[in-house]
Design a protein around this ligand. Sequence first.
Ligand code: ADP
Ligand code: MG
Length: 700
Amino acid sequence: MDFLKNEIKFLSGVGPKKAGLLQKELKIYTMEELLYYFPYRYTDRTKFYSVNQIREDLPHVQLRGKISSLVTAGEGRKQRLHAEFYDSSGSIELVWFKGIKWVKQNIKPNTEYVVFGKANMFHSKYTITHPEFEEFTKYEAKIKSSLQAEYHTSEGMKKGYLNSKVILNSQRNIFKAMPAKVPESLPKYLLDKFKLINLHNALRNIHFPKDAEELYQSQRRLKFEELFYNQLSLIKQKKLRVNNTPGYVFSKVGNNFNDFYKKNLQFELTNAQKRVLKEIRRDFGSGRQCNRLLQGDVGSGKTIVALMTMLIAIDNGFQACMMAPTEILAQQHFTTISELLEGLDIKIDILTGSSKVKKRRELHEQLENGEINILVGTHALIEDKVKFKNLGLAIIDEQHRFGVAQRAKMWKKNVKAPHVIVMTATPIPRTLSMTVYGDLDLSIIDELPPGRKAIKTNHYYDSQRLRVFGFIRKQIEIGRQVYIVYPLIKESETMDYKDLEDGYESISRAFPSPQYAVSVMHGQMKNEEKEKAMQLFVKGQTQIMVATTVIEVGVNVPNASVMIIESAERFGLSQLHQLRGRVGRGADQSYCILMTGYKLSAEAKKRIGTMVSTNDGFRIAEVDMQIRGPGDIAGTQQSGVPFEFKLANLVKDIKILQVARQTAIEVIEDDPNFEKDENNILLYHLKKMNKLKNRWGMIS
Ligand code: ADP
Ligand code: MG
C-alpha cells in the first residue's frame, strides 16, 4: 500500500489523540493530507532578540537565556506556573496555565534555552504566555534555515498540545519514514516546459526551505499544480457537457424578434450588445445547450439582450422564463419587459412567492397549455409544480444569489435541458470567472450605451449634511429625483429600521410637504406597500425615495439622478457600485454622494477612494477582491465550486492561472481522453478530485 495513504495516527509523534484532533479540526486523515497542509508564514528562527530589545508590537520574539526561578501560584483550575527567564540584558516572565506538570519536569536549572512567543507587557514587566521552549544545543542542531514554517492551529488543537511546532515535527517525521519519494503528479513534459521542480522536492521544501529561492520554486510548482488541475477539471467538464448535452435548435429569427427590432426598440444596440447577441445565437443554432455567463457593468443593457434572446426562443415555438433574486426585481423586470413588448402578440406573466393560490392555478394551466410565452419570477419558478409546455430558454438574473443546485433545477424543466443564460449584477474579477464559472461560456458587454454622462461621485462627512441638502433642493428644482439609502444591518433589523426612521424624519423635516413628497421603503414593509411606494417614485409623484438596500438590485428610474448613500463606510464595494448604478440611467448628469463619519478604517478609506475615482465595474471588482479576498466576494460562497485554493491566491497569482488555463486547454485539445502514456497521470489525479466531480455531476 502507498505509504502516503496511511492514516496519520501511525506516524511517530502523532498517535490516536492528536490524529483525532487533526481529523476533527483540519479534516486531515492521511500522511498525504498532512503534507498538503501548508505553512501560512515563515519566521526567521536564526535571529535572537535580547531581552532589552523586546517591544510589544513585535509579533513574536525568540530569546536565548536561562531560567532562574519556577513558582507555582493559585489553586486547582486557577493554578499557574511562573518562570523568571534572563539573559545578559535583563529578565522577563514566562507563564503557563496548562501542562504545568510537564513543564516543571522538563525545565532544568543552569541550562541554556531558546524561548519563542509573543511578548506582552503585564504589570510593567514583559511576559510570554505558553512560550515554545527548547534546550539551545538541541535547537541548534536542528535549525538550519532562517525560514521556519509556521502553521495555523485552532484553539482546540492548542488545548491538545498540537501546536505549529508539533505539525512541523510531524512533517519531518513523514519525510523520515517515507520509503520512497512522493510520486510525481504532473507529466514530465510540463515540468520540463515550465521548469518546475518535482513534487517530492516541492513538498519537502515548502515545509523546510533552505532559502527564499527554494521556497519560491516550491510555491510556484505547487500553485501551478493546484490551478492546473482546477482548470483541467473545469474544462473537461465543460467539454463533456458540450458534447453530451444536446440543445434545442433555434434555427430562425422570426416575426416577434423582427417586429420588436423594427418597431419597439427605441435605440441602436451597442456593438458589445450586438456581439453578445451573435455569440448567443451561435449557441442556439449549434444543436448543443447554451450555458453562458453574461457579464456586464451596471447599466450596460443586459436586460434588452436577455429579452431579445427570449424572443428568438418564442419565434422557434418555445417558452422562455426569467428568474430574479427578489420580488421587487422580478416585478421590475415584469413591468419593463411588458412595456417593451407593447403591441406584440406575446403573453407574459409573473410568478413569485406572494402570488395568490387562485392566480397560481390559472398560471400553471396557461404554462402547461403554452398560452404564456414568457414567465418572469423569483425562485418560485423552479419549484417542481411549475411545469412548462415547452421551455426553451431560462435567463437567470443576478447569478450571485443563486447556487449551482438551483441552476440545475432549471435543466430539468423540459425533456432536453433548456438553454441557460446567467447574468451577473456587477462584474466579477477575471480570475473568478475563470475558476468559479470556468465551466460556463463567457460573454461580456464591455461598453455602455452612448450619451451616458459619467456619474460624478463625491465623498462628504456627516457634518457637511446641510450642503448636501442644498444640493438635493437644487436638483429637485430642475426636476430630478433623489435616492437616499441607509445601510441594512443584518444582526439587528430593529436598529436598521431605526436608522431609516430617524433618517426619514429628518429628511421629511428638511423637505416638508406639500412642497416636497418623500417615499419610504424598507424590508419590513409588505410587498404591496413596497410596490406602492415604488410606483409613486417611478411616476414622479414623490421626489425623494428614502430606502434601505432593498432597492439595491435592478431598480430602474431614469429620472432619478442623485444617489445619496448614508454611512457609506458600512457598505461593501460591489454594493456601493450597485447602488450607484441606480442613477445615471437617463440623459442627465447624475451624482452619487457618499456620506460617512470622520473616523474611517483603512479599508473603508480604500473603498470610498475607489468609488470616487472610478466608475469602471470591472476595476472595482478587482479592488474588491484585493480587499476582501476571493472567498468573501458576495455569493460565490453558494456556487458550490471551490474558489479558495490551498496555496494559489486569485489576487496575486493571475499569471500562473492564465498559464495553467491555457495549458489545460491545449492538453485537452491534444488528447481529450488522456489516452497518451504521458497523460495517464492526469487521469489519475483528476479522479482524485472526485468530490468536485460529484458536485458537477448534479448538472451534467
Ligand atoms: P443592466 O445591464 O444593469 O441590467 P439595463 O438592461 O437595465 O442594464 O439597461 C439600463 C438602461 O439602459 C435601460 O433603461 C435600457 O433601456 C437602456 N439601454 C440599454 N441598451 C441601450 C442602448 N443600446 N442604447 C441606449 N440605451 C440603452
Ligand atoms: Mg439589470
